[in-house]
Design a protein. Sequence first.
Length: 444
Amino acid sequence: MLRNKIILLILSCLIFLSCGKEEKPAANKELEIKMNSIAEAYVKLILGIGQYDPDYVDAYYGPEEWKKEIASKFKSDSLSLDYLNAEANNLLDELELLSSFKANEIETLRYRYLYKQLLAAKTKIFMLSGGTLSFDEEAKSLYDAEVPVHSEEYFQTILNELNNLLPGNGTLAERLEDFKKEFIIPKEKIDTVFMAAIAECRKKTLQHIALPKGESFTVEYVTGEPWGAYNWYKGNSYSLIQVNTDLPIYIDRAVDLAAHEGYPGHHVYNALLEKNLMKERGWIEFSIYALFSPQSLIAEGTANYGIEMAFPGESRIKFEKEVLFPLAGLNPQKADKYYEVLKLTSKLNYAGNEAARNYLDGKWNKEETLNWLIKYSLMTKERAERYLKFIEKYRSYVINYNLGKDIVAAYIERSSGTVKNVERRWKLFEKLLSTPQTPSGLKK
């Protein structure tokens, strides 16, 4: 039954999308009214699912009375998972009935977005009800993406290159850790370095994107979390960014975190969606962010690609050597080799996906997973244990960082957004940050 419903939904969505491509009609008022009704119900559905998983609603800045209404229903036991599943089905059915409407480009994107978000919500309800999916099924259903498989030989080839670059005694992971020790930001200088990175990322972003008036964020330093950093978007163009200082923070992470969490990453993404879609268009679905949904692949993908947007080519290395190294009290003379090593280790990113796939599918136990992460992700045991905690908590979410970036990069570069075509590149990137997008939609 579920498979038949999904097939029907895909067909109706394709009909709707083809209607939108034949011509570019003006906004359809009747369609907008119906979509707005579905959107309101969608927000309440996501709030309802959030009663069962505190991590599910990553951000909400819609009507406070809706939040209270859903919490009251949950307390009165009138918000069962069966009820939520029926609600999701009803909304998907309502979307099917809109498949004959003519739509312009932005309406088509909105339709596709709600459709994919609802399928992900239905999947989450299924999982909360005790249903099980393989890693690949879960990633496809929640994040609208197919995860590539990388062999042990693929990673070993990269390790061989690193082995030649890092001579010495001990395992490759130990040698890498020893080499990187010279590039740790002293704890007392983390804030100074991070703020300098944020300022530069913001300056570069403002050269290409007009940010909402009064946008800002606060940075806090925390411990005891499974993640390295987190952006908690609060609405009205304001974010709380938390940076985890449990483990050493290396000099390159300053730009990574500043761009990914701030400019032009999560902070800009959320602020533009709120301004352009929720406030200006009245699309209430953009007052809520369901963490385990296709939106997260777009969010994490653009945030990671945003690092390269802010610092294309060698400009990042130049900035870090000339500005951040001195602020951190580090010697920039060994920086060139450091970045050569980083370039190679970044190719090992997909090793974490293989660890998650095999661990969540029950093929590897904890010890086997940790050993893989230590060998092929070159993590210390402490970092591997923290990464495994992340997998246990967020499951297939790990794909959003690397696969998300690759999908975003392929879309922008395929659409002539090359490093040499700066204006086009930023225009495409801004479109991803300020319009309803889906991972499968970027691959068309």
